[in-house]
Design a protein around this ligand. Structure first.
Ligand code: SF4
Ligand code: FES
Length: 216
């Protein structure tokens, strides 16, 4: 069992544990979007940067295995700066529709922006617009503008239900998670419903929740 130090706290974790989980065991939260303990590692969002002693630059924690004697720091200046830049990158084309988004208040973009972003936006151009209401089967609607390409929903359908109805298509700023079938109607209701529960933002919501009146 490797023993390592996270933010000055020594912790012992089972062999094979990644640095997000090792930090968690030391009581330290490493912000992340694409990592989910039940899914394979995608390393896509780049938000989980940490500093490892004797390494030249911040490293993603989700795809780094804890090793004996490792010294990890999640709060160095360059990690904070990197996180802030990554938040800015994630939000370049994200619509600022929090006042009408049904995920507002429990959206990880909002939560991490307040904790780790708080930058002055430099984006002056019009944001890229994408389809706002794509059916993912009979129960779930995808708002492609709110997709941050974490691929959790895609991996859920590939690895948990093995139904594979979602994929990430197109290139550059046009990329988004979308159904493999163009109608979206053939998506397995249970699979896409469960996949949408892994969402970090208001990207894919149950039809009954979308634009529902806020609780009073
Ligand atoms: S639709 Fe949501 S869960 Fe799926 S890749 Fe995009 S942000 Fe991630
Ligand atoms: S959680 Fe590590 S790259 Fe997304």
């Amino acid at each position: 069992m490797p023993k390592l130090t996270v933010n000055g706290k020594e912790v012992e974790v089972p062999a094979g544990t990644n640095l997000i989980e090792a930090a968690r065991a030391a009581g330290v939260e490493v912000p992340h979007y694409c990592y989910h303990p039940s899914l394979s590692i995608a390393g896509q969002c780049r938000l989980c940067m940490v500093d490892i002693e004797k390494t030249p630059r911040p490293t993603i924690a989700c795809n780094t295995t804890a090793a004996d004697g490792m010294v990890v720091n999640t709060e160095t200046d360059r990690v904070r700066e990197t996180r802030k830049s990554i938040m800015e990158f994630h939000l370049i084309n994200h619509p600022l529709d929090c006042p009408v988004c049904d995920q507002a208040g429990e959206c990880w973009l909002q939560i991490y922006y307040m904790k780790h972003g708080l930058y002055d936006p430099r984006m002056k151009d019009e944001k890229v617009h994408k389809p706002k209401a794509v059916p993912l089967g009979p129960h779930v609607i995808l708002d492609a503008e709110r997709c941050i390409l974490c691929s959790r929903c895609v991996r859920f359908c590939d690895e948990i239900t093995h139904t594979g109805e979602l994929g990430i298509f197109e290139r550059g700023s046009s990329r988004a998670s979308t159904p493999r079938s163009t109608s979206g109607g053939s998506a397995t209701p249970g699979a896409t419903g469960s996949a949408s529960r892994t969402r970090p933002t208001g990207c894919s919501l149950p039809r009954t929740r979308r634009a529902a009146p806020a609780p009073t």
